[in-house]
Design a protein around this ligand. Structure first.
Ligand code: SAH
Length: 373
């Protein structure tokens, strides 16, 4: 049997592993044992899993694999942020994954797709087009790799927080993302509290409604504009699920749960969405939804058509929304010297949507000049 025909056990959350073991004549508790070896101790060699019978270890060796991502490049920012380009299969496909150290936590920013289909006008991942969804194994492998890498370096806690804010739209890869998130929160997996795992979405309304039924991890919504006219331009998905429906889905996610809050993300684009009038409109749109507002200074990349609002404008916006009772924080750009900040993750893959080709063409037409607003 070739390696690729073997079952990649990173694809299975606990429920799926139990089914797998039972189907192979084993007891369900083997799932817990295997998860402890793989996810808690970082062991990927079946021979070392000494609480399993020799026969079972041989069976696993013959039929299964635990595939870790290949590190293609590794960069470290002056602020300590690290970015990896990780090879995910044999066909040169690679994703980016970012680790953000802070005083009390280590946050890993995880990708869910090779590229993205949403084409938000301010995001550089969008310019790369789309290749495919990541598998559960490819999603959880990012955490496995970073967490155990940190432990080997002597960081006892490893990764403490995960944000699904890397490349891609997590809710358009629903099942794989949910299975991976399950493993992140599982006591026999990474045992992260549900408050420390965040799924970020541009607003896939039906999936948000489904999400509410299957998990209660933290939800971030990339809002970026207070009205449909502007949001249609910035986040084209808004044409399908306009703000009114999006807000209804947000309320659905928090209603009936005292501790749930939505994090609204709002990228600050100079002269586009950053005026006091926008702030006023935003306060009206958010209404009474329990939430936190994250203002993200726009992170530039080559040929971007936007600029970041200046610090005073951002402060003025923040002071206004705060004065209206919305907890507002300005997110510090981390890792921007290595292009590891929000919206700067591009990975490397063949674009099946041909969007990158069209983008290159349009750049050629404007002579590659940055169009300032
Ligand atoms: N598709 C999901 C996950 C991507 S998360 C979502 O839209 O939420 C990445 C976050 O960074 C999103 O809030 C996105 O809107 C924001 N972002 C994208 N490009 C950016 C840029 N150039 N500068 C700052 N933030 C950006």
């Amino acid at each position: 049997m070739s390696v690729n025909d073997k079952i990649n056990l990173l694809d299975f959350n606990r429920a799926a592993l139990e089914t797998f073991f039972v189907a192979n004549g084993e007891k369900p508790f083997r799932a817990r044992q295997l998860m402890q070896w793989v996810h808690q101790r970082g062991v990927t060699d079946f021979a070392q899993m000494t609480d399993m019978s020799k026969k079972l270890r041989e069976f696993l060796q013959e039929n299964c694999r635990i595939e870790r991502p290949r590190i293609l490049t590794q960069q470290r920012s002056t602020d300590g942020t690290r970015k990896w380009l990780l090879g995910v299969d044999d066909s040169d496909n690679a994703i980016e994954c970012v680790l953000i150290p802070e005083k009390t936590r280590m946050t890993l920013c995880v990708s869910s797709q090779l590229g993205c289909t949403l084409n938000c006008s301010f995001c550089s991942t969008a310019k790369q087009g789309f290749n495919r969804n990541l598998t559960t194994a490819e999603i959880i492998a990012q955490l496995h790799f970073a967490h155990h890498g940190l432990r080997e370096e002597g960081y006892d806690q490893g990764v403490t927080n995960v944000v699904m804010m890397g490349m891609g739209e997590p809710l358009l890869n629903f099942d794989a993302v949910i299975a991976a998130v399950d493993m992140m929160c599982d006591d026999f997996g990474y045992a992260l509290s549900k408050r420390r795992v965040t799924i970020s979405t541009a607003g896939v309304v039906p999936a948000m409604e489904k999400l509410e039924q299957v998990t209660d991890v933290a939800l971030a919504v990339s809002l970026h504009a207070p009205n449909d006219r502007l949001r249609n331009q910035l986040v084209p998905l808004n044409r399908k699920y306009p703000i009114r429906e999006l807000m209804r889905a947000c309320r659905g996610y928090v209603d009936g749960y005292r501790s749930r809050k939505i994090t609204f993300e709002y990228v600050m684009l100079e002269g586009v969405n950053d005026s006091l009038e926008h702030a006023r409109e935003l306060v009206g749109v958010i209404g009474k939804i329990p939430c936190k507002l994250n203002l993200i200074p726009f992170n530039p990349y080559p040929h971007a058509i936007y600029r970041c609002s200046d610090a005073e404008t951002i402060d003025r916006f923040r002071d206004y929304t705060s004065s209206k009772g919305i907890v507002t924080v300005t997110r510090r750009a981390r890792g921007d010297d290595i292009d590891a900040a929000c919206g700067q993750l591009v990975g490397s893959f063949q674009d099946r949507s041909r969007r990158s080709e069209k983008y290159q063409l349009s750049l050629a037409q404007v002579g590659g000049v940055t169009v300032a607003h």
